[in-house]
Design a protein around this ligand. Structure first.
Ligand code: HEC
Ligand code: HEC
Length: 336
């Protein structure tokens, strides 16, 4: 992250962010929040973004909000293999958790969208997600008195695409998850993990080297990799869609494993229902597509080791995010 900090990060914005979301209190936010120069965090902006995030009027027929697919109850996912958008349409992929997306170096499974501000336009206009068109959506939202007056007050301009994307992104930058048992253990509390969870962490990090792609603290390196899910990828060729580079076929951005026990089903197409299925996939060493990453090698695990790994996965669940921390981080409790 360091190389980005020079360009995008401003200390005063960090301090503002800290004041807003209680940095330091329980060390909830251990890392500086990279904030674009043109989108400083303010309390009013975050609140506007929060309202927009939960507002179904952002979709063409007023039935789908961002939160329909990024539901706080499920660690900002929707528990569907493929998301459902407007008119019951099926989205192309499984909804990603957007917790800690403030720190993402790239967004989307194709690892190609550079900022939350730019990303927001995608679901709004995706035919199968919110199905809208900025040309009609902006006048619609501008016509809502509360949004137009918030835009004037916060941005000193009429409600437009700039206001919409900046506010949504500012809100998303407050969605953190850093208070799992594993986090407490990392901070030095030896007792935060049980013996079996510690053993699972050892297997994950040392024996199987899963950390080469799912590296702490975010449990991803943000790179696009081919984990050997399929032998061929006709239905969804992954990052290949962006640059037509054949070495990208079957490469997807490595997902974070934080809150992994809450965010099933798994993979870009939601094709695996359980962590057991995922472990079986990796232990078999992938399906050997052309671009399979050399780090996917296969292994054998005793059932005790498998149980330990699953216990370790549970230790990545941040229950405080699901309950008490809302009150602090979300300026007003979200409507769910
Ligand atoms: C119909 C379901 C649906 C709706 C509605 C939706 N999303 Fe998503 N979201 C997805 C899916 C599916 C993906 C994964 C897409 C991909 O990677 O190709 C995703 C990915 C994302 C990502 C990237 C996460 C990452 O780490 O790569 C962000 C950020 C995001 N959505 C924010 C939003 C915002 C903001 C809204 C509202 C304006 C929204 N989403 C509305 C389904 C949805
Ligand atoms: C070469 C990099 C790489 C290595 C090594 C790796 N993974 Fe992954 N992992 C990925 C990618 C890429 C995906 C997403 C693939 C997709 O969506 O099709 C993924 C997905 C997952 C998922 C599903 C996440 C979700 O939210 O859908 C789990 C769980 C997982 N990996 C666990 C592991 C475990 C356990 C290991 C060690 C045995 C491991 N991974 C090793 C790259 C890797």
């Amino acid at each position: 992250m360091k190389e980005k900090i020079g360009n995008y990060f401003s200390l005063s914005f960090l301090i503002a962010t800290c004041l807003l979301v209680s940095c330091g209190q329980n060390n909830v936010i251990p890392f500086p929040v990279p904030t674009p120069i043109d989108n400083p965090m303010t309390e009013a902006k975050i609140e506007l973004g929060r309202q927009l995030f939960f507002d179904k009027r952002l979709s063409i027929n007023n039935t789908v909000s961002c939160a329909s697919c990024h539901n706080p109850k499920f660690a900002m996912t929707d528990r569907l293999p493929l998301s459902t958008g407007v008119y019951g349409r099926t989205a192309f992929r499984n909804a990603s958790s957007i917790l800690n997306s403030a720190y993402s170096k790239t967004l989307m499974f194709d690892a190609h969208v550079p900022s939350l501000e730019m990303q927001a336009i995608v679901p709004l206009q995706d035919h199968a997600e919110m199905g809208h068109n900025m040309k009609y959506l902006i006048p619609k939202l501008k016509g809502i008195k509360a949004y137009q007056s918030a835009a004037r007050e916060i941005f000193n301009r009429d409600f437009d695409a700039f206001v919409l994307t900046r506010s949504l992104a500012a809100f998303e930058r407050t969605l953190f998850s850093f208070d799992s048992k594993f986090d407490r253990y990392s901070k030095g509390n030896e007792n935060a993990l049980s013996a079996i969870e510690k053993k699972g962490w050892q297997i994950f990090s040392q024996k199987l080297n899963c950390v080469s792609c799912h590296a702490p603290p975010f449990f991803t390196t943000y790179e696009a990799a081919n984990n050997g899910l399929y032998h061929s990828y006709e239905k969804d060729e992954g990052r290949f869609r962006i640059h037509n580079d054949s070495s990208d076929i079957g490469k997807f951005k490595v997902p974070s494993l934080r809150n992994i026990e809450l965010t099933f089903p798994y993979m870009h197409d939601g094709s695996m229902k359980t962590l057991d299925e995922v472990l079986t996939h990796y232990s078999q060493g992938g399906k050997h597509p052309k671009n399979q990453d050399v780090r996917i090698k296969g292994f054998s695990l005793s059932s005790a080791d498998r149980d330990a790994l699953k216990s370790f996965f549970s230790s990545l669940t941040d229950t405080s995010f699901l309950t008490t921390i809302y009150g602090k981080k979300w300026l007003v409790l979200p409507p769910f």
